[in-house]
Design a binder for this molecule. Structure first.
Ligand code: NAG
Ligand code: NAG
Ligand code: NAG
Ligand code: NAG
Length: 444
């Protein structure tokens, strides 16, 4: 009998390997606080390792920025049609000669195996098809949007290597399909509620984040699930050392396309701000990140830390302006609405743009834009009791930044993910380790 996995009965967790915990659906992970502490510690470690890699990348991309301009201009994108970039057709991705052959083969293999699984189950009530599930169940601690999504190209590579069907299932704040959907001819990663029988030996073996997902995925478990792996840097090394160019953004779009409601929001925002793909650049400002100077001042407060915050924000815009001089627009996104408000309403940039327009000197002035910032972007892990639609803006900003040419970002994975989605070739960090600023000179 096929029953909804939602109603699967909790069983006691049993340890199957030293570093793997078998976690049947619905079981709360009690008594693992030490694990969480260790996880947090390793997460922070992994984070800083990630930063180091980023800084090297930036130093390179900084030098290559002007070269990147050339490359992108000749990419032949139909800029009048942002929808074709927003829902980048699968055929276009797979025909990109930069995308390795295994990706094309995996798309076809995934389709066949997924079908085989359903056929097997109908005919025999069992199947030897194996799965790798990226999950965020109700009681999982999945982190923010980038924690949940940034490893996906790596997961695809691992699923390919270990002959597993890659699936994605979220229950918090709602199904991922509310925001992102697979394309019809792409990789169908959805997990319908009745996909796995209730009462079988299928255990949802969970590989905890501090464990070796790579090793576990090669093991025997039929269904292996993972929350976040911190393996984005492995995929970056693979791109750099083996593929020889960035393919992350292509793989991501092969998997994820905006849902109808997300798509119409993105398009109406881009239309109202007159943003053409690749003709604008973006600035991401993660301001509420608890760096020492903020923590020691009793936590984030725009009013109290205004001079510090506006200094960071001004520098960030300078970085974007250096990265992409004379962009038509610079799109600003932040976890602090007050910071956006400051930039768009009070900063020198707005005064100078007004002056420049008056004197018809558009060239040198920086035109900042943002979508409605009256409501702050909530953190998908920390914000409580919100309706799923209230997280839409977080996805909206991610995609809009990802359709621009360059991204200047600060702390945190979200800005880095947006930068990767923009193609990863024209990227700069305006704030690095521990929140320190990478000083950019004012555009002239
Ligand atoms: C399918 O198999 C499970 C055990 O693996 C069993 O509990 C269930 O009743 C079976 N369903 C059918 C329709 O045979
Ligand atoms: C993907 O799987 C194929 C077939 O197993 C293998 O030849 C290829 O090397 C894999 N790709 C990567 C990047 O590991
Ligand atoms: C994915 O598969 C499910 C059935 O398992 C189906 O209902 C859905 O339409 C498929 N989605 C796409 C985009 O093919
Ligand atoms: C704004 O214009 C003033 C005067 O023209 C100039 O000194 C200043 O550097 C400009 N500021 C920015 C942020 O461009």
């Amino acid at each position: 009998m096929i029953a909804s996995i939602i109603h699967r009965q909790p069983k006691a967790p049993n340890v199957t390997a030293t570093n793997t915990m078998t976690l049947p659906r619905g079981t709360e992970r009690r008594g693992h606080y030490r694990g969480y502490l260790l996880m947090a510690f390793i997460a922070i470690g992994a984070y800083f390792v990630g930063l180091k890699t980023d800084i090297t990348t930036i130093l390179q991309t900084k030098d290559e920025a002007s070269h990147g301009l050339e490359v992108k201009r000749t990419r032949g994108i139909d800029i009048s049609d942002e929808t074709s970039e927003l829902h980048r057709p699968v055929a276009k991705i797979l025909n990109n000669p930069k995308v390795p052959t295994w990706v094309k083969n995996y798309v076809e293999w995934h389709r066949q195996q997924r079908q085989k699984y359903f056929d097997d189950m109908r005919a025999h009530n069992t199947s030897d098809v194996r799965f790798l599930i990226s999950r965020c169940f109700k009681n999982d601690n999945c982190g923010g949007l980038s924690d949940r999504l940034q490893d996906m190209p790596y997961n695809l590579m691992l699923a390919n290597q270990t002959k597993r069907v890659l699936l994605v299932r979220w229950e918090r704040p709602t199904k991922l399909e509310h925001f992102l959907v697979p394309q019809p001819d792409g990789i169908n990663w959805t997990v319908p509620d009745d996909m796995f029988p209730e009462d079988t030996d299928w255990d949802w073996s969970l590989v905890e984040y501090y464990c070796d997902i790579d090793k576990e995925a090669h093991g025997d478990e039929k269904i292996l699930s993972t929350i976040r792996d911190f393996q984005a840097s492995i995929f970056r090394e693979y791109e750099e050392n083996i593929v020889g160019h960035r393919i992350y953004h292509e793989i991501f779009r092969l998997l994820f396309s905006p849902s109808d409601s997300l798509s119409s929001r993105i398009q109406s925002t881009m239309k109202s701000l007159n943003l053409m793909p690749n003709q604008y650049s973006s600035v991401h400002l993660r301001m509420q990140y608890p760096v020492d100077v903020i923590k020691n001042d009793g936590g984030f407060s725009f009013e109290r830390q205004k001079s510090l915050i506006t200094g960071w924000a001004t520098n960030a815009v300078n970085c974007a302006a250096n990265l992409h001089p004379n962009a038509a627009k610079y799109y600003v996104s932040s976890d602090s609405s007050q910071t956006i408000k400051y930039l768009l309403e009070e900063s020198r940039f707005v005064q100078n743009y007004t002056d420049a327009t008056k004197h018809q000197e558009h060239q040198s002035a920086v035109k900042l834009v943002a979508r409605d910032y009256s409501i702050e972007n909530p953190h998908i892990n920390f914000a409580k009791n919100l309706e799923p639609d209230e997280f839409m803006s977080v996805f909206e900003d991610l995609f809009i930044m990802g359709l621009g040419k360059c991204v200047a970002h600060g702390i945190g994975g979200y800005g880095r993910l947006a930068a990767a989605l923009s193609g990863g070739e024209c990227v700069m960090r305006h704030r690095g380790d521990g929140g320190n600023m990478n000083v950019c000179t004012q555009p002239t």
